[in-house]
Design a protein around this ligand. Structure first.
Ligand code: ADP
Length: 204
């Protein structure tokens, strides 16, 4: 059986967590094994890193990229690869694309170096498909509760707009690895589109 590794990407509030859960339900209701995981936070190390970054606004971009990739190295070895080997599909809320979009396009680190760093961390294990939930930054205002902002979200609209455009550029540069979904549609519409995108990867 073919197993697929599906990464959901997009700026904070674009609907990744919502859609990851719906995709997990879709797999389950079709009798397919899958795991739902996330970066950072898919491992105990990742949870600590996520907490640290949330509560330390001054972390430099480079340190941030190392921390996220430390989590990724652990996550790939302990969770993602074993699941795929055991015949499970993997749904991952954020992966390498997030580092490139946030620390690269958003915070200005050189993309080539980040690509090398991410490649080391994931040991060449990349998603079968990255699904970008694309939403204009202003859409988020109506979605996000006050108090729901972490250090990165608090960087503001111009930052998130750079990240969004970075994601779009990544997706357009590698159309075989990326699919762009209009994340401003209803939750149901987005989820139907994601299901039709993943079908070929599941059933071959
Ligand atoms: P992310 O994981 O990308 O940060 P979430 O899935 O947590 O995003 O969604 C952020 C907020 O927006 C949640 O309150 C969620 O219910 C809401 N939301 C998600 N998708 C949609 C959508 N398509 N339309 C309207 N609201 C949405």
């Amino acid at each position: 059986m073919m197993t697929s590794f599906i990464a959901l990407e997009g700026i904070d509030g674009s609907g990744k967590t919502t859609q990851a859960a719906l995709l997990y339900e879709f797999f389950s209701s079709n009798g397919l094994n899958s795991i739902l995981t996330q970066e950072p936070g898919g491992t105990p190390l990742g949870l600590s890193i996520a907490q640290f970054i949330k509560s330390n606004r001054g972390t430099t971009a480079f340190a941030e990229s190392l921390l996220f990739n430390a989590d990724r190295a652990e996550h790939v070895e302990q969770i993602i690869r074993p699941a795929l080997v055991n015949g499970s599909h993997v749904i991952c809320d954020r992966f390498v694309g997030s580092t490139l979009a946030y620390q690269g396009y958003g915070r200005g680190l050189p993309l080539e170096k980040l690509i090398d760093l991410c490649d080391e961390a994931c040991q060449g294990l990349y998603p079968t498909i990255n699904i970008l939930l694309d939403v204009p930054v202003h859409t988020l205002d109506s979605r996000r509760g006050i108090g729901n902002r972490d250090a990165i979200e608090a960087s503001g609209a111009p930052f998130l707009d750079r990240v969004r455009k970075g994601y779009l550029e990544l997706a357009r540069k590698s159309p075989r690895q990326w699919a762009i979904v209009d994340g401003s549609q209803s939750i149901r519409e987005v989820s139907m589109e994601i299901q039709s995108l993943v079908r070929p990867y599941i059933y071959g």
